[in-house]
Design a binder for this molecule. Structure first.
Ligand code: SF4
Length: 467
């Protein structure tokens, strides 16, 4: 879209190139879409991930689409301490009119640059003024230009409820960024916001969507639901607090996704940490989030009160190591819900096991073919009573931590087969393993309160993310 300062490829709309640069650059800190944060620059080859302007999202049928990611305005009256666009920041300012933005989207769409829009904004003048301009932009797109592409719209806290509902009619997805996990931290770091000012419109949108569905109204109302973003590490709350908040948002607000953004000091403030949080913590939170949404874990199981998620193992491994009484499980008889709790067995693997074992008992080679990551799973399972895991608990912990370090050290390619790391190492045959008291005790045993997935169809639905 931009040509590195040598002039814009785009010049068809009324919007000035400088305005466009400011508004796309200012939008890059919002990660509540599916692609953000790459710092890789073009050193003479093709493509460039660093310039702002585009992000990606996934449609319900799995397509990845490019979105123009832009602010309506970066002229903010608020002063969130962590934000480069806060009122007292010395940055170039700009705003676009609904006509300019809608024209721009249509022109870019016609040129095949983008397939949709991710529209956010700073709070310009008042929340109502800003929300109204954003609503007008999406309304123009849907009504004047008859644009049916994907639109993700950010909500403005404290804006009039009527304006929010009107805007929601034209969007596919809306999101209010909670940013900080407690009221106290919001008060300190984003004093013009409050938990209620963010949760209240989320609740209202959820209710409206339910009514829309109940009354079988024609058309769409936020078909892609709501999402939010939390900054990790800007305030002192432990991961246990963040995971509990995410659980409540999924259960009580019906959110589609919670995005986690590890804190990076872009602006200096005595109330903020000097150092970045580090991406491993963010990564662990995404893994924990996955366990909440698709694996039947509760927040309490994933992160004990007051604790951070361990960095050396993924959260499922950490849970299994804290609960040796449930292991090893016999893969030929364990219920689906328990298979989902075995480190190294993913959603698809667990479902494939339950299907395949109907036709005959499975062995380790079968599991390998099903893409079970045996280098982790072998410490927690038996196959036809055979155990291939490590000899003692210390060895298991060491191997798992080592495996986690190796996994995180490189990017998996499309052609990697994760399960091929499995079968080597210590072999004990016929034993019940070191993590559980006996095979009989673990077989079929489920931790108290585990949510049963019900029929196979329900299970499959859960595993494919439509839960
Ligand atoms: S409301 Fe806060 S986070 Fe949003 S642009 Fe303004 S200062 Fe930044």
């Amino acid at each position: 879209m931009f040509d590195n300062g040598r002039g814009a490829c785009y010049n068809g709309s009324m919007i000035a190139e400088e305005t466009l640069k400011i508004l796309t650059e200012s939008a890059k800190y919002d990660v509540s879409c599916s692609s953000s944060g790459s710092g890789r620059k073009n050193a003479g080859g093709m493509g460039n991930a660093a310039p702002t302007g585009c992000c990606h999202s996934f449609t319900p049928d799995g397509r990845c689409i490019s979105l123009l990611k832009i602010l309506q305005s970066n002229k903010c009256i608020y002063a969130c301490k962590y934000c480069p666009n806060r009122a007292d920041a010395d940055v170039p300012r700009a705003s676009a009119t609904p006509e300019e933005l809608s024209e721009l989207v249509i022109d870019f769409y016609k040129r095949n640059y983008i397939e949709g829009l991710f529209l956010s904004s700073a709070v310009e003048r008042t929340p109502d003024f800003t929300m109204e301009r954003m609503m007008q932009t999406v309304k123009l797109l849907r009504t004047k230009y008859r644009f049916h592409g994907y639109i993700h719209l950010k909500g403005i806290p404290r804006a009039d409820a009527g304006l929010v509902l009107e805007a929601a009619k034209y969007a596919d997805r809306m999101s209010y960024n909670l940013e900080l996990p407690t009221e106290a931290s919001l008060k300190l770091l984003a004093p013009q916001k409050s938990t209620e000012s963010l949760l209240s419109p989320m609740r209202q949108l959820m209710r409206e969507k339910a009514v829309f569905k109940e009354e079988h109204k024609k058309g769409h109302f936020l078909p892609a639901g709501q999402t939010t973003q939390l900054i990790v590490g800007a305030s002192p709350e432990p991961d246990s607090r963040i995971v509990r908040l995410s659980e409540a948002l999924y259960q009580k607000m019906g959110l589609k996704r919670v995005y986690y953004s590890s804190y990076v000091p872009v602006v200096r403030d005595p109330l903020l940490p000097d150092l970045p949080t580090g991406q491993l913590r963010e990564h662990r939170l995404y893994q924990a989030d996955w366990l909440l949404r698709f694996y039947g874990f509760t927040a309490e199981e994933i992160a004990p009160e007051g604790e951070n998620l361990p960095l050396e193992y993924d959260p499922k491994c950490a849970w299994a190591l804290r609960n040796p009484q449930y292991f090893p499980v016999e893969v030929n008889t364990a219920p689906l819900e328990m298979l989902l709790r075995v480190p190294g067995i993913g959603g698809r693997g667990a479902y494939k096991i339950t299907e395949a074992r109907r036709y005959g008992a499975l062995d380790f080679a079968d599991l390998k073919r099903m893409r079970v990551v045996l280098k982790r799973a072998k410490h927690f399972i038996t196959c036809k009573g055979k155990y291939l895991g490590a000899k003692d608990e210390r060895a298991v912990k060491g191997l798992l931590a080592l495996g986690a370090r190796q996994d995180e050290a490189r990017q998996l390619s499309l052609f990697d087969e994760p399960e091929r790391y499995g079968l080597g190492g210590t072999h004990l045959s016929g034993g019940a393993g070191v993590l559980g008291a006996s095979l009989g005790a673990a077989e079929g045993a489920l931790p108290a309160g585990v949510r049963l997935l019900g029929t196979r169809e329900t299970a499959l639905t859960a595993l494919t993310g439509e839960m």
